[in-house]
Design a protein around this ligand. Structure first.
Ligand code: NAI
Ligand code: MG
Length: 356
């Protein structure tokens, strides 16, 4: 029996609702597949913890998480705590502390889900966005001076290093190579940003030589939004900086039907530390507590987690169950249905139980 230790951090808003659904589905899978066991420990870190203790997690939080095989994360963000405190207090310290430099964001139009794009259906949009997750525009460099005075200044410095760019390019080319179309688009903004982004392009060209079987092209990020919208079939694997991919992947989620179906994996490819798996969406205050959060993004990221742990079969059983349920029209309101989080979760559990 293979055993895994998972740290669950449901955190804020709809985070606890979707993580509870995810854990229920994982338990059902474990029983159905039968040859692995997941031990979950849940941590109450997040905005409520912050209100009690003045920090989003304990000072030794990263040390506490280190022995786990993976982290299953909900979302952070509360209406009465500034967003930069919630994000920099919990999610980013984990990503950076564990050097989870590859953020992997698959997008597909699942059966039964309608893309907002006319004449674009299942199979027309099948992408994996690779987001650089350790530096770039979110490196945390910069500062503010002369606060509150007319001459106040704020800087936000994007950091690109040869090591950082090379490793994400290799990861992206390898991902493209592993997919049937072997097609990579490198997103850049090297016309206007002539230092870090030009280096990004040069390193892409260098790394491409290691992958002669991968076809690749370059797109400026603004033009990329147009290509994603008008020619989704022309894309497969996409690599972009921390900021660019953050924005493009929300667009990708929307084009695939909803943010509520978009998953993400924050991966340490060298496996020195636990990787972290989460839905892309935030804490969604507008629907918190209503029981209608779409749990599909969380199920999909649970499948990414299983795959990372080496449980490819369980990951497949889970995604097949999810696709069967969406295909049957058991959908939450964000994707045009009337089902609740619980309805979708129970339907997925039943599909897992019935899987052969
Ligand atoms: P959001 O992703 O929470 O919500 C955007 C819209 O999508 C809302 O209308 C929401 O109802 C809908 N939505 C999101 N997830 C859904 C789901 N599973 N099912 C159905 N509908 C869903 O983004 P927003 O409103 O910009 O941010 C809310 C808070 O979340 C902020 O505090 C923000 O900083 C935080 N946030 C945290 C993230 C994280 O923890 N990784 C990522 C994005 C935002
Ligand atoms: Mg985002």
């Amino acid at each position: 029996m293979r055993e895994y230790r998972i740290a669950a951090i449901p955190a804020d808003g709809i985070g606890p609702e979707v993580i509870a659904a995810g854990l229920q589905v994982l338990e059902t899978l474990e029983k159905r597949v039968g040859d692995f066991k997941i031990h979950t420990q849940t941590f109450d870190w997040g905005s409520d913890y912050y209100k009690r203790h003045g920090a989003m997690m304990p000072a030794d939080g990263i040390e506490t998480l280190k022995p786990f095989d993976a982290i299953f994360f909900g979302a952070v963000g509360a209406p009465d705590v500034p967003d930069h405190i919630t994000l920099w207090g919990l999610r980013l310290p984990i990503c950076q502390g564990f050097d989870q430099y590859a953020n992997v964001r698959p997008t597909r139009i699942l059966p039964g889900i309608q893309s907002p794009l006319a004449n674009v259906g299942t199979g027309d949009l099948d992408w994996v966005i690779i987001r650089e997750n350790s530096e770039g525009e979110y490196s945390g460099h910069g500062g503010r001076a002369h606060r509150g005075l007319p001459e106040e200044v704020g800087t936000e410095v994007a950091i690109f290093t040869r090591v950082g760019v090379t490793r994400i390019m290799r990861y992206a080319f390898r991902m493209a190579q592993s997919r049937p179309r072997k097609l990579l688009t490198v997103v850049t903004k090297s016309n206007a940003q002539r230092h870090g982004m030009v280096m990004w392009d040069e390193i892409a060209a260098e790394v491409s030589k290691e992958f002669p079987d991968v076809t690749w092209d370059k797109m400026l990020v603004d033009a990329m939004t147009v290509r994603m919208t008008l020619k989704p079939q022309s894309l497969d694997t996409i690599v972009a900086t921390n900021l660019h991919a953050d924005i493009l992947s929300d667009l990708a989620g929307a084009l695939a039907g909803s943010l509520g179906v978009a998953p993400t994996a924050n991966i340490d490819p060298e496996r020195r530390f636990p990787s972290m798996f989460e839905p892309i969406h935030g804490s969604a205050f507008d629907i918190t507590g209503k029981g209608i959060a779409n749990p599909v993004a969380t199920f999909w990221t649970a499948a990414q987690m299983l795959e990372h742990l080496g449980e490819a079969k369980a990951a497949r059983v889970l995604m097949n169950a999810v696709e069967r349920v969406t295909g049957e029209g058991v959908l939450t309101p964000d994707v045009g249905g009337t089902a609740t989080t619980r309805d979708v979760t129970e339907a997925v559990c039943r599909a897992i139980e019935g899987a052969n």
